[in-house]
Design a protein around this ligand. Structure first.
Ligand SMILES: Nc1ncnc2c1ncn2[C@@H]1O[C@H](COP(=O)(O)OP(=O)(O)OP(=O)(O)O)[C@@H](O)[C@H]1O
Length: 254
């Protein structure tokens, strides 16, 4: 069953220079799918994620998330919808520097009516799963990049949202920490059936996904599905990327 439907979506940025960032893009994401979105720099990946995340609205076309269309909601409905249905993971972690790991993770819950016991229980369970139990009282500047990103993933998961949106989640991590984060996302996806949409330049990161959707100049270019082996999927991703062209420096091989 499709949990996200992108139907003929166009996004035009008006300004001194009008820019058509997405042009009649259509695709669906199944519930429980781990999807990577790839494309050259400027192809519209972040624009697409901003539209799905309800941060921005399409110029035309429709995006349906869990059978709801956020464009038709009031501002307060959208903020509740965003909080309950979506979790966000960013390249630069976006943690609050003055807060501890525990406080960063629990923050989204404080906007809703959860009891202290429930909040403590959720943080403890997630910290255990994310291997952060010993770091709960530390602040971001005392953490490694991988620990910061795991904290950010904890913050994204604390609401148990059905969909996680990740924008280059491994972009600021070294190879080992990136692998840990990808294996973690893969595990969350498989064990909790959380749908994940991840924008990435990195073919290795994309090879952890079930499917890679390639876009070029704001339009659908191609998509490929994982077979049994990650290594052959990785090779097939590289093949499409070479067809896709663009500047090879746009792709980070790690
Ligand atoms: N707010 C904006 N106003 C005007 N143009 C914009 C705006 N945001 C993005 N664009 C343009 O829209 C196009 C798509 O940008 P977008 O950031 O979605 O691409 P991207 O694929 O995420 O790129 P990158 O991989 O470099 O992050 C680009 O040409 C960009 O310059």
């Amino acid at each position: 069953m499709a949990i996200v439907k992108v139907d003929e979506v166009t996004k035009v940025y008006e300004g001194k220079m009008t820019k058509r960032a997405l042009n009649r893009l259509s695709f669906e994401v199944d519930q429980g799918e781990f999807l990577a979105v790839m494309g050259p720099s400027g192809s519209g990946k972040t624009t697409l994620l901003n539209l799905i995340s309800t941060i921005d609205v399409p110029t035309s076309g429709e995006i349906t998330i869990n059978e709801k269309n956020p464009v038709k909601m009031s501002e307060s409905e959208v903020s509740i919808f965003r909080r309950r249905e979506l979790g966000f993971v960013f390249q630069d972690f976006n943690l609050l520097r003055m807060l501890t790991v525990e406080e960063n993770m629990v923050l989204p819950l404080t906007l809703d009516t959860y009891s202290i016991e429930e909040m403590n229980e959720r943080v403890a369970a997630l910290a255990n799963e994310l291997n952060l139990t010993d770091f709960l009282h530390k602040r971001p500047n005392e953490l490694s990049g991988g620990q910061e990103q795991r904290t950010a993933i904890g913050r994204a998961l604390i609401h148990q949202p059905p969909i996680i949106l990740a924008d280059e989640p491994t972009g600021n991590l070294d190879t080992t920490a990136a692998k840990d984060v990808l294996m973690l996302l893969e595990r969350i996806n498989k064990e909790q059936n959380t749908t994940i949409i991840m924008v990435t330049h990195d073919p290795i990161a994309a090879s952890y996904c079930d499917r890679v959707l390639f876009i070029k100049d704001g339009e659908y270019f191609n998509e490929i599905y994982k077979d049994d082996r990650r290594q052959t999927f990785f090779q097939r991703i590289l093949n499409v990327l070479s067809l896709l062209g663009g500047n090879v420096n746009d792709l980070r091989f790690s």
